[in-house]
Design a protein around this ligand. Structure first.
Ligand code: ZN
Length: 339
């Protein structure tokens, strides 16, 4: 069996020189080398991985997931910034207010929730290319229900909400993919990134078409801090359609697999037609941004366990920042999934 791989060619357009984290300037961990390393390792096995580059930035359903004012802001700030410019908001709207300031460099603080998600002139183009890649991959799933498709994309997406961005994410790739699939059936999004997928949670919080299940580090001390608690179970028709499973940083392979089993059990109890995996490999022990106590071999086991759901599956790349291991971890996951 083959895995089709769609990748966002223009991801290299988004390459900020640094980020502000914990008040300090540091290297930008969400950099193009991550995806290059993943592709380099998958390209070595063309028998298994059929790689399709995506050059498009067309995302037909974008307005059904993100607000028009957020998209307008991205378009305007892209025009405002010059090639060398680099923008990090400095004043944040808390609580969210209804008025947007005229100065575009201040407007960013209305939409952004952290200082680690800078905008350059080409950030929006790169994000559209990533989102377009995932939408294409989702459509591929619809044409062949036995398919497994992996979307190798960046910037990642799971922290981006309807009208906010942060955590290296600008557009919610997995949510856009889920939106496509949810027209044809019920979808589960299983988010196994180290960090809670707060954006995806927000987008589907009141929906009973998309079951959001996230395994992540305890938000009491791990980004994004304000979301990701087990009490967040969805609302209205979506009540019972949001499941947060919290792990501690000292979780080892065994502890992780146990919680993953709980997540898979919850998914198998619902009537689900399609699965999306928000694949973050930043749970690896050596990850400089996340990091539990997981070793690289566990990803193969994770893939194998999840594949037992036997659902048409779209795998979307989220985090994973150990440049020496990210490719191997993704390869292990995909290999395990194939069985
Ligand atoms: Zn992450």
């Amino acid at each position: 069996m083959k895995i089709e791989v769609y990748f966002s060619v223009y991801h290299t357009l988004h390459n900020p020189p640094f980020e502000l984290s914990r008040g300090k300037q540091q290297e930008y961990f969400e950099n193009p080398q991550r995806l290059k390393n993943i592709l380099k390792i998958l390209e070595q096995d063309p028998e298994v991985f059929e790689i399709h580059p995506n050059f498009s930035t067309n995302v037909p359903n974008i307005k059904e997931v993100h607000s028009e004012k957020l998209l307008k802001f991205y378009a305007e700030i892209s025009k405002y910034l010059s090639d060398d410019d680099y923008h990090i908001p400095d004043t944040f709207a808390v609580p969210k207010i209804s008025l947007l300031p005229e100065d575009i460099t201040k407007r960013s603080g209305y939409f952004c929730f952290d200082s680690a998600t800078p905008i350059t002139r080409r950030t929006f183009s790169a994000s559209l290319n990533a989102a377009s890649t995932v939408v294409k991959a989702a459509r591929k799933i619809l044409t062949d229900k036995n398919k497994i498709v992996y979307a190798a994309v960046r910037p990642p997406g799971h922290h981006a909400g309807k009208d906010y961005f942060g955590g290296y994410c600008y557009l919610n790739n997995s949510a856009l993919g889920a939106h496509v699939l949810s027209k044809k059936g019920r979808v589960a999004i299983l988010d196994i990134d180290y960090h809670h997928g707060n954006g995806t949670q927000e987008i589907f919080f009141d929906s009973d078409r998309v079951f959001f299940v996230s395994l992540h580090a305890n938000p009491a001390y791990a980004f994004p801090y304000f979301w990701g608690y087990p009490e967040e179970i969805g609302e209205g028709p979506g009540e019972g359609w949001n499941l947060n499973i919290v792990l501690e940083d000292d979780a080892d392979n065994r502890a992780y697999l146990q919680k993953l089993g709980y997540a898979l059990d919850a998914i198998s109890k619902k009537d689900i037609d399609y699965l999306i995996i928000s694949l973050g490999v930043d749970t690896l022990f050596s990850d400089p941004v996340g990091g539990m106590m997981l070793t690289e071999h566990i990803f193969e086991e994770m893939g194998r366990e999840i594949s037992k759901l036997k659902l048409p599956t779209l795998i979307v790349q989220e985090g994973g920042y150990d440049l020496t291991q990210v490719g191997k971890c993704v390869l292990n996951f995909l290999t395990g999934f194939l069985g």
